[in-house]
Design a protein around this ligand. Structure first.
Ligand code: FAD
Ligand code: NAP
Length: 341
């Protein structure tokens, strides 16, 4: 366990926001947790790679960095493998590791920034695949009972960018490892139209495991602002899931609004379209901007504060509400401490 007081968080969030933590504690083994001081959700925060978090204020207490490593095959049969992954493993490197060995199931999730331990938090998803389709279980430290818990996939209550970990009191569970079931026999998951089109464009036209992995990486590099170039946390808003009646009303008024049947919760509509049709794509205030490349992404154009990004987010929410009567919900974790300016 490493302990450092009064630390800058600038390099620990992909927005590149300047913020400080009273203390940063790096957890490197499960045993470290037995001697950790505990977690006060009002003052402290768990952090992985910082790619889905916005610091509106400093963190007055402790930032716990989870850096427990390790990738191990703990079960195997003719169909597939059961993989145990330390929460501190880099997610994209894990995808690369599995593709290189011919294990499939997570190739559509290539190049998602961040660490494996945060993946269940919002049931990461891209190109028609979600973590839910491969997750077996999650092992976590429960700060409330000061004990370990193992949650099955069902107990994780995974939904669209959602899970029990988001619903639980903030940071109740510190995820230390995840177990994934990966397949030995590959079936391409290419129902997502953009991915199918990208595969057709490639010179070979083949849809093997490595082809899908490479196509996802190409698409992401073309379409998404790179946090190494301009600070961002990916999609700032979730695509709203609307009940049927509300969706029908909206569709009657705006037939061009892109939508997808989301089964039980209703119809998913494109948040990016709603934002673009409020004329906000490229809108900038105090160095915080709606990306001109991708309307769902808010960017730090240089040295804006977390509060500047948060005020822009609220402006976007208000404009979409006034124009369409739809509430946009932020996707990243917003850290705000009441007593810190
Ligand atoms: P952090 O940002 O560090 O933390 C996110 C949340 O998880 C926080 O609430 C934190 O407290 C909690 N947390 C972190 N680690 C743990 C742990 N070990 N135990 C308990 N809680 C923990 N997301 C998608 O779903 N799909 C995408 O395609 C996608 N693309 C992105 C593209 C870009 C360019 C960027 C910047 C982000 C993108 N994201 C995407 C969002 C983000 O990368 C994912 O949500 C990722 O899983 C966050 O991982 P992290 O380690 O950076 O988490
Ligand atoms: P895109 O392909 O241009 O599509 C835009 C939006 O339309 C996406 O948000 C996606 O919803 C939705 N969509 C498109 N086709 C769909 C289909 N067949 N079924 C259901 N929904 C569909 O998206 P993009 O912005 O370039 O991103 C590509 C993928 O990476 C998407 O899956 C996106 O979620 C993911 N991504 C996520 C983040 C993040 O931070 N969460 C950031 C970048 C990219 P979904 O979002 O539900 O897929």
């Amino acid at each position: 366990m490493k302990v450092a007081e009064n630390q800058a968080l600038d390099q620990l969030n992909t927005f590149g926001i300047s913020a400080r933590a009273g203390m940063v504690i790096t957890i490197e083994t499960e045993e470290d947790l037995l001697s950790a001081p505990g977690l006060d959700p009002a003052r402290d925060l768990l952090l992985g790679g910082g790619s889905n978090v916005l610091f509106v204020t400093d963190v007055p207490g402790i930032v716990y960095l989870n850096r427990i490593r390790g990738i191990e095959i703990i079960g195997e049969d003719r169909e597939g493998i059961l993989l145990e992954v330390g929460a501190g493993e880099n997610w994209h490197e894990l995808v690369t590791w599995s593709v290189a060995r011919g294990f499939s199931g997570i190739e559509n999730l290539a190049l998602i920034p961040g660490l494996a331990g945060a993946a269940p938090m919002q049931n990461i998803g891209a190109y028609g695949v979600e973590l839910a389709s491969v997750l077996d279980s999650v092992t976590a430290w429960d700060w409330h009972t000061a004990n370990w818990v193992v949650l099955s996939r069902q107990q994780c209550l995974l939904g669209y960018r959602d899970s029990v970990f988001k619903a639980a009191p903030p940071d109740r569970y510190l995820i230390t490892s995840i177990r994934l079931i990966l397949k030995k026999h590959f079936t391409a998951q290419v129902a997502y139209s953009g991915l199918a089109a990208e595969l057709e464009k490639s010179s070979t036209g083949s849809t093997g495991l490595a082809d899908v992995y490479a196509a996802v990486i190409r698409l992401r590099r073309q379409k998404l602002p790179d946090p190494a170039v301009i600070g961002n946390a990916g999609s700032f808003f979730k695509n709203p899931l609307l009940p049927t009646a509300l969706y029908q009303q909206l569709h009657d008024r705006f037939p061009a609004l892109p939508s997808w049947d989301a089964g039980d919760p209703g119809t998913k509509v494109s948040a990016a379209w709603l934002i673009e049709h409020c004329d906000l794509k490229g809108f900038e205030k105090n160095g915080a901007a709606v990306s001109s490349q991708h309307a769902l992404v808010l960017v730090n154009q240089g040295h804006c504060s977390g509060l500047d990004i948060w005020e822009l987010a609220q402006l976007v929410q208000a404009r979409v509400w006034d124009t369409f009567g739809v509430r946009l919900e932020p996707e990243p974790r917003i850290f705000r401490h009441a007593d810190v300016s």
